[in-house]
Design a protein around this ligand. Structure first.
Ligand SMILES: NC(=O)C1=CN([C@@H]2O[C@H](COP(=O)(O)OP(=O)(O)OC[C@H]3O[C@@H](n4cnc5c(N)ncnc54)[C@H](OP(=O)(O)O)[C@@H]3O)[C@@H](O)[C@H]2O)C=CC1
Ligand SMILES: N[C@@H](CC=O)C(=O)O
Length: 428
């Protein structure tokens, strides 16, 4: 049987996993698709670099056109990362009739619509399961498993690096920068980890999930993003004492036709299943009007978990090749999105304030909440052992974001409020 020839762009963490799976599971894969799958050529930056797998050196190339212009190659697996250069390579490959499998969320969040529409023009598949939540098959689940339902909420831990960091800070009191270095050494972090810790990687993934889940044209700039770099050990300890874990959560919500998408550090109640998702694990909670609550869990980054999704996409492309149905997927007709205003976004909030320790302060602060109709679930005042001021911890009931912003403005202008230490959304 004629082998299916694959061109692999990148042989780093994910590329290495792809080679291991394609070679290690060769006979299983062949029995599923009816042809051997062969990695024909591999693009790297430096062919002389030491690799953690043995690979025939004649397969390695530093010239991308050896792959993209090679008529023998049927499928390109892109696991090199990057945006502009990679977009050009992929568009050129599609124009030559090559099918694409990619793990690149940066590319798909920014240029997904252009790439998918070019692929359709040329009868090519583009699959990108590994771009969100590593080893969890969440894209196929949203597109196929929920096709009969109407999703109203997608909430998840979709970045393994930040969850690894927050877990180690919470469970071991570890130092932020030491744990970030560990996550990089384990191959979880992006080549520039700023995109992990500042929430951009999660925002790109939430753009993809919200687009597919709500069948609307959500764009990266629609996502309100805040990362974890400003989270202190103090915040994590407070959260724990009050029965919460701090998690970087992506939350996409839809009410009627209005959508909001955010990525922000959030306090999650211990009893919520997402609170116990630790380390590099990811979880995506999906609420469908008909099905109710569902949750999907698994490793969100790393060599083999990510490669599992990439190679599953490769199998799907080859099955389509056999059936002659590549690029024949139903055209996704995305609705024009309507974004929620701050008045339409409701949630509970946690606030930690350092305030002057004198009579009447608590009353003035709670009055600011009353003035903007933000109702309070709990208020705790206590002395602060590190300074002469007092601390006030407030948890609100569901409040709209616009009202909470007004309260914060009022608190900032109160002389008795020394500093607003932290403000978190609360889930659960
Ligand atoms: N790491 C993970 O857990 C996950 C990663 N992803 C995504 O997968 C992709 C790859 O990630 P990862 O494997 O971690 O990245 P790595 O940095 O580990 O590997 C990148 C690979 O691509 C090669 N490469 C990079 N740029 C070029 C270029 N301009 N020309 C030729 N070769 C190039 C590198 O070559 P050389 O080896 O010679 O340096 C290297 O082999 C990214 O899009 C990432 O966001 C998605 C899910 C999880
Ligand atoms: N850097 C990413 C890798 C997977 O997408 C993460 O940590 O989740």
């Amino acid at each position: 049987m004629k082998p299916i020839k694959v061109g692999l762009l990148g042989l780093g963490t994910v590329g290495t996993g792809v080679v291991r799976l394609v070679e290690g599971h060769q006979s299983d894969l062949e029995s599923q698709v009816g042809s051997p799958i062969v990695i024909e050529k591999v693009l790297v930056q430096n062919v002389s670099k030491a690799r953690s797998i043995s690979i025939d050196s004649s397969k390695l190339t530093e010239d991308v056109w050896d792959i993209i212009h090679n008529p023998e190659i049927d499928v390109i697996v892109e696991v090199m990362g990057g945006i502009d250069l990679t977009r050009n390579y992929i568009l050129e490959a599609i124009s030559r009739g090559k099918h694409i499998v990619t793990a690149n969320k940066d590319l798909m969040a920014l240029h997904g619509p252009e790439i998918l529409s070019k692929a359709q023009e040329h009868g090519c598949d583009v699959m990108y399961e590994a771009s969100v939540a590593g080893g969890i098959p969440i894209i196929r689940t949203l597109v196929e498993g929920f096709s009969s339902d109407r999703i109203t909420k997608i909430m998840g831990i979709v970045n393994g690096t930040t969850n690894y960091i927050l877990t180690k800070m919470s469970q071991e009191g570890a130092d932020y920068s030491d744990v970030l270095k560990e996550a990089q050494d384990l191959g979880y972090a992006e080549s520039d980890p700023t995109s992990d810790v500042e929430g951009l990687d999660a925002a790109r993934k939430m753009t993809i999930l919200a687009t597919l889940g709500f069948r609307a044209n959500v764009a990266l700039e629609d996502v309100d993003v805040k990362g974890i770099s400003s989270i202190s050990r103090e915040d994590i300890l407070y959260a724990k004492r009050l029965g919460y874990e701090v998690k970087l959560l992506g939350i996409a919500e839809r009410q009627d036709d209005y959508i909001s998408v955010t990525v922000q550090p959030t306090m999650v109640k211990h009893t919520h299943p997402i609170a116990s998702v630790n380390g590099v694990f990811n979880a995506v909670y999906v609420y469908g009007e008909a099905v109710g609550e569902t949750m999907f869990y698994g490793a969100g980054a790393g060599e083999l978990p990510t490669a599992t999704s990439v190679v599953a996409d490769l199998v799907a492309v080859v099955k389509n090749l056999k059936l002659g149905v590549n690029g024949k997927q139903e055209k996704l007709a995305y609705k024009e999105k309507k974004l929620k205003t701050d008045e339409q976004i409701a949630s509970k909030y946690f606030l930690l304030l350092h305030v002057a320790d004198r009579a009447g302060v608590l009353a003035r602060i709670t009055q600011a909440f009353a003035e903007f109709e933000v109702s309070l679930e709990s208020v705790l005042q206590q002395p602060n052992e590190n300074n002469p001021e007092a601390e006030i911890i407030i948890i609100t009931h569901d409040a709209n974001k616009a009202a909470v912003k007004k309260v914060l403005g009022a608190l900032e202008n109160m002389e008795v409020v020394r500093v607003i230490k932290s403000v978190y959304r609360v889930e659960g």
